[in-house]
Design a protein around this ligand. Structure first.
Ligand code: PA5
Length: 438
């Protein structure tokens, strides 16, 4: 179970406003669990950890094993919620430096870079690979283009029949171009449930197949999310990190427009990307919302640290404190102390990092940046499962506190329409004319 430490926000807020926010958080929590708020047809993720499809779950494990047996590379094709969860978990769990000949996971279809695609196709030419194409709508342009090109290469390498056995499609159970294609080509398919939106779907097949193929323990990941769900639904405000995080960040957000998620562990850089999507796409609507940003310390203390300490006072920080490192070592003494580091003799590297964290928090709070700490025991499958569910649940509460529907993303359509018109897609002729005039 994780904990929230709020002691470094207290000098920036008063007790009366804290009390008010607490009441608001509890109201919004009720709206979420009673399922009578905005977007309530997208709440399937709340109980998903206990009612997921067990038959499909077994197929995910089998497919992952097959991919590990017959491929050197798995290319995971998807964008937004159809890739960030898997990427976040895999990056957090995999070793920094590659050991042995394990399956390589490559993500594609999450950008429109021509160079990325051409270099990827070249890289795969002499590799045996499988494809997991993920799109809930089945019509998103970025993954659709990547899939078309990667599928062509796979067919060229292994033939149509074998390619169909190496392609796994994760999509809607009935509709969308990807569903039609998968049915007609006989790909193995996995379902993105109707009532779970992309950024809430990391623990469905969307995230689980790539994570299991990467060799990680999805049982533990699910166990973490089950415990997180049970805590989310049972704890009162005093004991609930879910309610506390939602409440404090909402209050700080009314004073500061930017929340920076900070970690001292570079492995968590993509977890922060996933978090940014979750909060940014859920909350940034109707001219409201806290802008979600992220930094990795101590690296970024030597770049953005200056701004956080002394620049415009726009932000508060939320620090992810990982209590126990996965590995550690002690500093040794050198005969001649030329680098002046002998004062660290016998000190663990993680202790140095923790003191950097404490020092940074004190300095930034003195500089006018409120600071929340989320304490996580360690980085493993169980704790990640717990943490990701925690962020989703708190996100639902905070959005409702602002009267926002956390589960739609109407703003994403604007760029798409313009892009289709500029590319001459049939049906966009009038918009094309208007855009060309501009
Ligand atoms: O959270 C969301 O709903 C979005 O970020 C989607 O995941 C993203 O746009 C990709 O959509 P799709 O899975 O339909 O291709």
């Amino acid at each position: 179970m994780l904990k929230i430490n709020n002691q470094n926000i207290l000098k920036f807020v008063n007790q009366a406003e804290l009390k008010l926010e607490e009441e608001k958080a509890i109201e919004s929590y009720k709206t979420l669990v009673n399922k009578n708020g905005l977007g309530n047809d997208f709440l399937g993720w709340i109980d998903y950890p206990i009612n997921y499809d067990k038959e499909e779950y077994d197929r995910i494990k089998k497919a992952a094993q097959k991919i590990r047996n017959d491929s050197e590379v798995l290319v995971v094709i998807g964008i937004g919620g159809s890739y960030l969860g898997a990427k976040a978990v895999i990056e957090a769990l995999k070793p920094y430096f590659k050991k042995g000949k394990d399956l390589e996971i490559i993500f594609a279809g999450n950008n429109l870079s021509a160079s990325y695609m051409v270099e990827l196709l070249k890289y795969l030419e002499n590799k045996s690979f499988s494809l997991n194409v993920i799109s809930k709508s089945g019509t998103t342009t970025e993954p659709a283009i990547a899939f078309r090109l990667l599928k062509e290469l796979l067919i060229k390498k292994v033939g149509k029949a074998e390619a169909s056995k190496r392609i796994y499609a994760t999509t809607d159970k009935q509709k969308g171009a990807l569903r039609t294609l998968a049915n007609s080509e006989g790909y193995e398919t996995f379902i993105v449930p109707d009532d779970i939106g992309g950024r809430y779907s990391w623990f469905t097949a969307v995230g689980l197949l790539p994570i299991a193929a990467a060799g990680f323990d999805i049982d533990q990941l699910m166990k973490g999310s089950i415990d997180s769900r049970n805590d989310a639904l049972s704890l009162d405000f005093k004991n609930s990190p879910f309610l506390q995080y939602a409440c404090y960040r909402h209050l700080l957000g009314t004073k500061k427009g930017i929340e920076i998620l900070v970690s001292f562990e570079p492995k968590l850089a993509y977890l922060a990307e996933w978090w940014k999507q979750l909060y940014g796409e859920s909350e940034g609507k109707e001219n409201k919302g806290i802008y979600p940003a992220s930094l990795i310390y101590s690296t970024d203390l030597h770049s953005m640290g200056q701004f956080v300490q002394e620049g415009s006072r726009l932000m508060f920080e939320t620090v992810l404190n990982i209590k126990q490192p996965n590995s550690d070592m002690k500093m040794a003494k050198e005969e001649v102390d030329l680098d002046g580091l002998n004062y660290l003799e016998g000190v663990n590297l993680d202790y140095v990092s923790k003191m950097a964290m404490e020092g940074t928090i004190l300095a930034h709070v003195d500089g006018g940046v409120p600071n929340l700490v989320i304490e996580v025991d360690k980085i493993d499958e169980y704790n990640l499962g717990y943490l990701l569910y925690f962020f989703m649940f708190s996100c639902g509460i905070t959005c409702y506190m602002s009267g926002i529907n956390p589960f739609n993303q109407p703003g994403v359509e604007s760029y798409k329409k313009n892009m289709f018109a500029l590319l001459n897609k049939p049906g966009y002729e009038e918009l094309r004319k208007a855009l060309l005039k501009k």
